[in-house]
Ligand binder design. Structure first.
Ligand SMILES: [Zn+2]
Length: 301
């Protein structure tokens, strides 16, 4: 059984919110999304219509999906009031979306990370409403998630114990990535690598032992280059106060295994998707049956 854990939606309630409140910062006209933080794109039916998404999943050999907000819905550079409204609308929309097929759809909460205390509270609310985890950006409009102000969020994530999907967003500027869409092709996996290596160095994974992270795009460059961090720790004093072995964190890092557009997918390359070892996530899902769990298997690595 394949479950797509990197599968975005832009549900109706947040579209309605954007239509009546320009502070949300995007619009949809003639089926085209326009706003900050992304080039315009066609709002495919799979973003809003659960039936269309099931058809798409089945066409790609998938049984279900753990849906998450498209990163354009993170809203981390909005005011707190607008961000909370965006997250509330997105979460309500995802809950409604999943009601279409509760055994095949599950959702990850959108959270107002610019206020970590609000994010922690909203995460608990979302879990009570059925969320099976959270989806957050790699940075919060320039603030790094390992900074002390985010401890309150990670403490909540640790207490909740459900997977947190980390998705590239608000990438650090890099002039060399300015052409050829390299900010996406290279910048996105780079952001994931930066974020998780900083988590390791900051001791975040040690302080919060129940935190498990789902990393998109194959985990960025982390699986390929983590050995460099381990080596640097062994020879450089700058890392003296970091965990002795970065590999210790790896049993709580789960990678979405697709790093590009799967053959036959109707998705555009900008919205890559992937499958994961569903056995890692299914036990946390809200309504998966024991028979569903027994069908899980390692599908790729
Ligand atoms: Zn994505």
């Amino acid at each position: 059984m394949l479950v797509d854990v990197h599968n975005h939606v832009i549900p109706e309630p947040v579209l309605q919110l954007a239509a009546k409140d320009t502070r949300v910062g995007f619009s949809v006209e003639d089926g085209v999304w326009r706003g900050q933080h992304h080039v315009p794109f066609s709002l495919a039916a799979t973003f809003t219509d659960p039936a269309a998404k099931l058809n798409d999943l089945e066409a790609r050999g998938m049984w279900g999906a753990v849906i998450s907000p498209a990163p354009v819905l993170f809203g981390y550079d909005r005011t707190g009031e607008v961000a909370v409204a965006m997250c509330a609308a997105t979460n309500q929309g995802m809950a409604d979306f999943c009601d279409y097929a509760p055994d095949r759809y599950h959702w990850l909460a959108n959270l107002p990370m610019q206020d970590p205390g609000d994010a922690a509270g909203m995460y608990a609310e979302a879990v009570r409403a059925g969320a099976v985890g959270a989806a957050i950006g790699t940075s919060v409009a320039g603030r790094r998630l390992d900074e002390p102000e985010f401890e309150v969020f990670w403490a909540q994530a640790d207490a909740i114990g459900k997977p947190v999907l980390i998705h590239p967003a608000f990438n650090s500027p890099n002039p060399a990535l300015g052409r050829w869409y390299l900010q996406n092709a290279i910048g996105n996996p780079l952001e994931t690598t930066i974020t998780v290596e900083r988590f390791v160095c900051a001791g975040l994974m040690e302080r919060f032992p129940q935190v498990r992270l789902v990393l998109v795009h194959g985990g960025g460059f982390l699986p390929y280059q983590a050995g460099r961090l381990v080596h640097a720790r062994s020879v450089r004093g700058e890392l003296a106060d970091t965990p002795a072995n970065a590999w210790d964190a790896f049993d709580r890092l789960y990678r979405c295994t697709s790093r590009g557009n799967p053959a036959g997918s109707t998705k555009s390359p900008a919205w890559t998707c992937g499958s994961i070892r569903c056995s890692l996530l299914i036990p946390t899902l809200r309504s998966s049956s024991s028979s569903s769990r027994s069908k899980c298997s390692v599908v790729t690595s």
